[in-house]
Design a protein around this ligand. Structure first.
Ligand code: SAM
Length: 511
C-alpha cells in the first residue's frame, strides 16, 4: 500500500504525544446562555487546535459523532483572514519548534502536511465507533489529503468524496478551466458507522397528492422496461373493473408484476385507474405511510441548490454580522446548508459535533438551525485559533443566531435558542517540566485527566473519589480533600480511614 512522505513527516508523526495537556479556562464574560452557557453543553474554545484538542480529549475522547473541518486549503494566497497558506505566525512558530531548522525550508505542501498530520491523529481519538469525519478541501491538497486520511483513518474506512458545487456562475475571465466545486472527503471511524437517509424533498412529497380510504398515495408506473419476448409471463391483459375494458401492455414495455401479484393488487384495491376510474393505463397506488425508506439515499454530487453556494454564504454571514467590519475579510465562509447536509447524513438528534477550524462559526450555526428544524438536542465544540476571529466573529455570530438579532435592514430575526461556554487554554500545562501536577488544579480537572489516562475515553461521570467503572475495572482518584482534610497527604494515600470512606466495591462490580 503506497504511503505519502514529505520533509518533516518524521518529526510530526508522534508529535501529538508530546503536546502537553492544558486546561480549559472558561471565560464567563464571553460565554452566553443559561448558566453562562455551561449547561447547554456547547463550547467555543479559542486557541491553536493542536493544544485545544489535547485539552478537550480527557472530556470528549470517543464521544463525538461527527467531525466537520474546513482547514486552510493551502492556496498560496497571502494576507486574508483564513491564513490560507499556513503562513500564520502561530503555525510558523510551531513548525520551527517541532520540525526544527528544517522547518524554515519546507515548501508549502510539506508545511501543510506537517500541520495537518498531528491534528488529524488527535481528531480521530474523539470519534465514536459509529462516528465519521468530513473534511472540506480543494484541488490544492485533495490528493495529499486523501493519502494522509488513508494513513490515519485507514483506506478501508474511506466512505466517499463529495463534489460540492460552490459556485453557480462561471468566472468569465478565468484563463483555463474555471473551478466550480470543492471536495468533502468522508471517512468513517469504523464499519459501525451508518449513514442516515436525507429528508425527502418537498418536490417528492408533492407527488403524494391523491387520497382514498387507504391513505395518501402517488400513482406509480405499472410497467417495466422489458419486452414481451424477454418477459412473456409479464405480457398479459388486465381488466379495468369500471369499464370492463381489457388492456394489454405494449410489447416493448410489459407489466412490472406477475399475474399472481396483479391479482393480489386487485384484491387489495392497489390499482389506480385515474380520477374518474375509467383510465386506460393502470397505476400502482404507492401509499405514503407504507414507504419503507422514508428518505433519499445521499449521493456524492451536491449541487448548489442542495447545499448552498459561497455567494449565498457570504450574504448569510453579513446578514448576521452586518455591523462588524472584519466580516468583509471572510471571502468564503461555508453555507450553513452545506453543513446541515453533513449533519442530516451523519448525526442523530443527540449527537456531539466537533469543528476544530471554526472560522466564522458556520458549523455552530448549522447545528442550531438543524436542532430548530427537527427538535434535536445536538451539541457543538468549536475551536478557533485567531483571538479576534474567535471573539468578534465566531462567538458573536453564534450568540446572535442563538439569541436573535436585527439584520442589516433593521428587521428582527428570531433566535434559534441555545448557548455556549467560551474557553481559553491555560498558559501553563497540567504538568510542569518536572512532571509535577499544577498546585492549583481542581479535583474535577484531575479526574478528567486520570480517567482518560486510564481508559482512553472521555470522562462523563461526576467527580467523586470513585470516578467510574470501565470494562470491569473501578477507577478511584484519591486527592486532597477526600476526607475534608486539605493538608498535604490528607486523603492522597490509601490508608485505613481513607478506605473506610470509599464506596467499595463500586455498585457495578459484585463482591
Ligand atoms: C477556512 S477557515 C474555516 C471557515 C469556516 N468553515 C467558515 O464557514 O467560516 C479556517 C479557520 O481555521 C482557523 N485556523 C487555522 N489554523 C488553526 C489552528 N491551528 N487551530 C485553530 N484554528 C485554526 C483559521 O483562523 C480560520 O478561521
Amino acid at each position: 500500500m503506497p504511503t505519502l512522505n514529505w520533509i518533516g513527516k518524521e518529526a510530526v508523526v508522534k508529535h501529538h504525544k508530546d503536546v502537553p495537556f492544558r486546561l480549559l479556562e472558561p471565560v464567563a464574560d464571553l460565554s452566553y446562555g443559561p448558566a453562562q452557557g455551561k449547561d447547554s453543553g456547547n463550547l467555543i474554545v479559542q486557541g491553536d487546535n493542536l493544544h485545544a484538542l489535547k485539552a478537550l480529549l480527557p472530556r470528549y475522547a470517543g464521544q463525538v459523532k461527527c467531525i466537520y473541518i474546513d482547514p486552510p486549503y493551502n492556496t498560496g494566497n497571502e494576507g486574508w483572514v483564513y491564513n490560507d497558506n499556513v503562513n500564520s505566525p502561530e503555525i510558523r512558530r510551531w513548525l520551527g519548534e517541532v520540525v526544527g531548522k528544517e522547518g524554515e525550508t519546507l515548501d508549502r505542501h510539506d508545511r501543510w502536511l506537517s500541520m495537518m498530520y498531528p491534528r488529524l491523529v488527535l481528531l480521530k481519538q474523539f470519534l465514536r465507533e459509529d462516528g465519521a469525519i468530513f473534511v472540506s478541501i480543494d484541488d490544492n491538497e485533495v490528493a495529499t489529503l486523501r493519502l494522509l486520511m488513508d494513513e490515519i483513518f485507514e483506506a478501508r474506512n474511506f466512505v466517499g468524496t463529495v463534489i460540492w458545487q460552490k459556485k453557480y456562475a462561471v468566472a468569465n475571465d478565468h484563463k483555463t478551466i474555471a473551478p466550480m466545486h470543492d471536495f468533502v472527503l468522508v471517512y468513517q471511524k469504523s464499519a459501525n458507522w451508518k449513514r442516515n437517509l436525507l429528508p425527502r424533498g418537498e418536490e417528492k412529497d408533492s407527488q403524494y397528492k391523491y387520497e382514498d380510504l387507504g391513505g395518501i398515495f402517488r400513482p406509480d408506473n405499472y410497467t417495466c422496461a422489458k419486452t414481451a419476448e424477454e418477459r412473456p409471463n409479464l405480457y398479459y391483459p388486465v381488466t379495468n373493473p369500471n369499464t370492463g375494458e381489457e388492456i394489454w401492455p405494449k410489447r416493448t414495455r410489459v407489466w412490472a408484476y406477475s399475474q399472481e401479484e396483479h391479482q393480489r393488487h386487485v384484491a387489495e384495491g392497489l390499482i389506480y385507474w385515474g380520477k374518474d376510474g375509467k383510465g386506460k393505463v393502470p397505476a400502482y397506488k404507492r401509499y405514503k405511510h407504507l414507504l419503507r425508506n422514508d428518505g433519499v439515499v445521499p449521493q456524492t454530487l451536491w449541487p448548489h441548490e442542495f447545499a448552498g453556494h459561497t455567494d449565498g454564504s457570504r450574504k448569510e454571514l453579513r446578514e448576521v454580522l452586518h455591523d462588524i467590519p472584519s466580516v468583509s475579510d471572510f471571502a468564503t465562509p461555508k453555507p450553513s446548508l452545506l453543513i446541515q447536509r453533513v449533519l442530516q447524513i451523519a448525526t442523530d438528534k443527540e449527537s456531539l459535533i466537533l469543528d476544530s477550524f471554526a472560522g466564522s462559526g458556520t458549523t455552530a450555526h448549522a447545528v442550531l438551525k438543524q436542532n430548530d428544524e427537527d427538535g434535536g438536542n445536538r451539541r457543538f465544540i468549536m475551536v478557533e485559533m485567531d483571538e479576534n476571529i474567535a471573539q468578534d466573529v465566531t462567538r458573536e455570530r453564534v450568540k446572535r443566531v442563538a439569541e436573535g438579532y436585527s439584520n442589516a435592514k433593521g428587521q428582527t430575526v428570531e433566535g434559534l435558542g441555545g448557548g455556549f461556554q467560551f474557553c481559553r487554554l491555560s498558559a501553563e500545562p497540567l504538568f510542569d517540566a518536572d512532571g509535577q501536577i499544577r498546585s492549583d488544579v481542581k479535583f474535577a480537572q484531575l479526574a478528567e485527566f486520570v480517567w482518560f489516562a486510564e481508559t482512553g475515553t472521555g470522562f462523563t461521570g461526576t467527580a467523586d473519589s470513585l470516578l467510574g467503572v470501565h470494562e470491569g475495572r473501578a477507577i478511584y482518584l484519591l486527592y486532597n480533600g477526600i476526607l475534608k482534610d486539605k493538608s498535604v497527604g490528607g486523603g492522597n494515600v490509601l490508608t485505613g480511614p481513607v478506605f473506610e470512606v470509599l464506596t467499595f466495591p463500586p455498585p457495578a462490580i459484585p463482591r
